[in-house]
Write a protein of this length. Structure first.
Length: 405
């Protein structure tokens, strides 16, 4: 039986409250009174959609006060809710809302497109540390930086530790944290958190300025997540070191369906390492493979064609544009033939922006690859500098001590 909508703000039999995209400036409790009164009547509230409005401290507190009484709440869609707010306002409003969520059974939290920076990470700590029900966390384009990313990671680690202490599995299966300038400085904490949440199925971290050392650390942590089926590290920097680490990790992800590592500078040797790993046949579930603009050579493409023909019968989308092989030569034909073998002739993207390399440039790049690999090997043998990490850790200790993490 379909319930009569309470008013224009309720959807789906009064289980969804939505003011999404209305462009409202909500400052005071009076500004949100009609919304509070509406939510109070929604005994089976499952989802709130507040995105595309701007919420101040008093309005946020008023909404939080009513939301904490809605124990049925499962989804909080809060993207773009702080436009024009001062940096000292956002943490207070966000903390009120997150404290309210601790009284619910929230399964999905989306705070994307809120430019709150590291200061916005701290209000999330208690909720993320204590939740037993959160399945999906979306923190895309928040400007977290190294400090904010590390705080989030430590909170997720605390959540995993709590689950282990209570002998229950982690509920978390999806983390989306792109465009946050996480860089290498947060990679160790993130990797540890990922490893502790072995239930993870989707991890998307594009455009974070992560370099080869950070990539190596992160994929090693993700190796513990055997249920992983979607990994997106697009537009970070792999080189040979990160590519070798990813190649090693692929053996642990038999259910991997989507791999997006476009614009990641795999290079010639990195491309070969990846292709050889796929040729080993440990990832038969792959359906989408994004490898565009990676300086991948014809040698790697030939190996990839063999991998597709032998193991990747479900591959329906392959991006190779912008790499260093000729779209009219044998390598490209081998790829198309391999896809056609599984009746997926349309899987390959247009190869209309290929990077041409003449023989002299190719020789120079091979020498450069060799020098880079040697430098990376030498770097691995040297003790890592702890100064920057020490400064970061000291800065975080004061904040995290407040939360008993």
């Amino acid at each position: 039986m379909t319930a009569t909508p309470i008013n224009e703000y309720t959807l789906d039999n009064n289980t969804i409250f939505s003011i999404v995209g209305k462009g409202l400036k909500l400052n005071t409790s009076d500004d949100v009174k009609v919304f509070v009164d509406t939510i109070a009547q929604m005994d089976d509230l499952k989802e709130i959609r507040l995105g595309g409005n701007t919420i101040g401290v008093e309005a946020g507190q008023a909404l939080a006060d009513i939301l904490k009484t809605r124990s049925t709440l499962k989804v909080a869609a809060l993207s773009d809710i702080f436009t024009g707010r001062l940096l000292n306002e956002i943490p207070l409003a966000l903390k009120a809302l997150c404290d309210a969520f601790e009284e619910t059974s929230l399964e999905e939290l989306d705070l994307s497109d809120n430019a709150f920076g590291p200061a916005g990470a701290e209000p999330l700590i208690d909720f993320l540390s204590n939740t037993k029900t959160l399945r999906v966390l979306r923190l895309n384009n928040n400007g977290l930086g190294i400090g904010g990313g590390t705080m989030i990671a430590k909170a997720l680690q605390a959540s995993a530790d709590n689950a282990r202490a209570e002998n229950r599995p982690s509920s978390l299966h999806t983390i989306i944290c792109g465009r946050n300038r996480l860089e290498d400085g947060s990679s160790q904490a993130l990797a540890q958190a990922f490893a502790s949440h072995g239930t993870l199925k989707v991890v998307r971290m594009p455009q974070n300025g992560i370099r080869p050392d950070g990539i190596k650390t992160i994929v090693k942590g993700l190796s513990s997540c055997r249920e992983l089926h979607h990994l997106d590290l697009q537009d970070n920097t792999f080189t040979s070191k990160g590519s070798q680490a990813l190649a090693a990790a692929l053996t642990h992800w038999p259910k991997l369906s989507i791999l997006n590592i476009g614009d990641c500078l795999l290079g010639k040797s990195g491309g070969v390492a990846l292709a050889e790993a796929l040729e080993a046949g440990n990832n038969p579930a792959l359906t989408h493979l994004h490898l565009q603009y990676n300086e991948i050579s014809g040698n790697a493409v030939t190996i990839l064609a063999s991998a597709i023909k032998t193991h990747l019968k479900d591959l329906i989308h392959l991006e190779l544009n912008g790499n260093q092989f000729d779209a009219d030569e044998d390598e490209a034909k081998a790829i198309m033939d391999a896809l056609a073998h599984w009746d997926h002739e349309d899987a390959l993207d247009e190869l209309d922006d290929m990077e041409e390399v003449d023989s002299e440039e190719e020789e120079e790049e091979e020498e450069e690859d060799a020098l880079t690999e040697k430098a990376e090997e030498d770097e691995d043998k040297e003790p890592a500098s702890k100064d920057n990490d020490k400064d970061l850790e000291n800065a975080l200790v004061d904040q995290l001590n407040k939360t008993h993490i």
